[in-house]
Design a protein around this ligand. Structure first.
Ligand code: SF4
Length: 469
């Protein structure tokens, strides 16, 4: 039987696309391999958001050449934003590739996988397209006992906003919204296969508009939440400017929504926000935060920040730092600006690297203080979290995520078995210690469904004091 290995860089949009590729491959009879060395077909799903991601992707392509030299039957495909950006040059640069598919060519990629199967017959293509069996999502599409618990459902592709640092509209095109009935069908299918948490994914997810009815993102969330059996709902990645009062009020009426929102600030300076073409200023951003605090006071707010954007002065940076120091964000993903070819900011005068690095260190330290303060507030409480699997660093421990997306590391209870905890994946964890990366604690109960009271677990052998990550 043919097998496929999918390696994914970048955002949840790419993870959702990789899930689609895995679904098409599974429907066409492929198995999903856990390592490139075990596969007949390798798919590299690339990202261009930072220079580093681009270099790593070309590095991986070089690594796959050795595998191809050892087995000339092996096929290597590249897709994602880098494939879109370099589509005219990539195969010349990397001649051992068997295919380069842009971000709007996933259907063709899936068709190609079908035709590469040894027993392929022409009539199968339309059937294979229709017969997409959801596998459940993980970044590398290698499923384990827990991956089906979380499902990504793409609601919208592309972006029409053209932030001056961002390559997305150039490589993924303008907004393209999926019809709401199609989205609802996909969520129903994911619930039926056991998803406990559904994540609605879009490049600018809260700009969603149903093409037929013009229903907005609030309407979409309410329709998804009304589906029988949905336990938890979340979404990524919204744009601050698209949160209307109406949408925030809609969200407040949905009990299944996880209490968290990602509001990418990017900069705390109006001058920088204008240069970035972010379409909001700090007054507007503050009003959105106020709106969340009013309607959803317990929600965690996280953010993205770019340090050292072209033209950023000391005063601009201090404005960002002051806002972060106010402790608004439970967590922040901060980056030093990296030039993206083809974007306006790439041609502007750059902030010296040493200045950008020094600013980044100060911002990082300030946010770490805020993050650990946020985590410390959980110590002593018991929270319900969805299991992720074994801890990557210690097989004697489990990893789980709280509803507000905080990582928990806990000793495995004595009654642990993969089958039992995959069917009863909700863990009630008593939090004992806070760290920058998350919290440690002890599992008290496990439950099959989010609303179940739960069954007490046998206390783990490991002492709480040794439960460091
Ligand atoms: S809103 Fe801006 S940063 Fe986000 S995808 Fe669109 S152009 Fe890129």
């Amino acid at each position: 039987m043919a097998s496929i290995y999918i390696e994914t860089f970048g955002c949840q949009m790419n993870e959702a696309d990789s899930q689609y590729i895995a679904d098409r491959a599974a429907a066409a009879g492929y198995t999903v391999a856990a390592a490139a060395e075990e596969a007949n077909v390798i798919v590299l799903n690339t990202c261009t958001v930072r220079d580093n991601a681009e270099r790593r992707a070309y590095g991986r392509m070089g690594h796959f050449k050795a595998l191809k030299d050892a087995d000339p039957q092996l096929r290597v495909i590249v897709t994602g934003c880098l494939a879109e950006q370099d589509r005219n040059t990539m195969q010349a640069k990397v001649p051992h590739l068997d295919g380069v598919f842009g971000t709007s060519e996933l259907v063709q990629l899936g068709d190609t996988l079908v035709t590469w199967r040894p027993d392929f017959e022409e009539t199968e293509l339309s059937e294979e397209r229709a017969l997409v069996m959801p596998l459940g999502g993980s970044a590398d599409c290698v499923t384990d006992a827990y991956t089906h618990l979380r499902a990504f459902v793409t609601v919208q592709r592309g972006c029409s906003y053209y932030c001056t640092f961002c390559i997305v509209p150039h490589v993924r095109g303008r907004f393209d919204h999926r019809p709401m009935p199609v989205i609802l069908d996909e969520v129903r299918a994911r619930i039926a296969e056991g998803a406990r948490e559904v994540m609605l994914v879009g490049q600018t997810v809260n700009a969603y508009r149903d093409p037929a009815t013009n229903a907005d993102f609030g309407d979409l969330c309410r329709a998804v939440a009304a589906l029988p059996g949905l336990e938890r709902l979340t979404f990524i990645s919204p744009h601050p400017k698209d949160f209307t009062e109406k949408i925030v009020a809609d969200l407040a009426h949905i009990p299944q929504l996880n209490p968290r929102v990602h509001l990418p600030l990017q900069s705390g300076s109006d001058a920088m926000l204008r240069r970035m073409n972010r379409k909001y200023d700090m007054a507007k951003f503050r009003s959105i935060v106020d709106s969340f605090r009013r309607y959803l006071p317990d929600w965690a707010i996280t953010t993205d920040i770019i340090v050292g954007f072209p033209g950023e002065t000391d005063d601009d940076f201090e404005a960002t730092l002051d806002y972060v120091k106010a402790g608004i964000f439970a967590n922040a993903y901060s980056f030093i600006y990296s030039i993206r070819r083809g974007t306006p900011a790439a041609n502007w005068e750059q902030v010296p690297r040493d200045v950008a690095h020094a600013r980044f260190e100060r911002l990082y330290a300030a946010q770490n203080d805020a993050t650990i303060a946020y985590h410390t507030r959980k110590v002593g409480s018991t929270v319900r979290a969805l299991i992720h699997g074994e801890s990557k660093k210690d097989a004697a421990k489990l990893a789980a995520k709280t509803l507000d997306n905080v990582t928990l590391i806990v000793p495995k209870p004595d009654d642990y078995s993969t089958e039992r905890y995959a069917s009863e994946p909700w863990l009630d964890v008593e939090i004992s210690e806070a760290h920058v990366w998350g919290c440690t604690g002890t599992v008290l109960r496990r439950a099959s469904r989010f609303d179940d009271p739960g069954t007490p677990v046998r206390r783990p052998v490991l002492s709480l004091l040794t439960a460091a990550r």
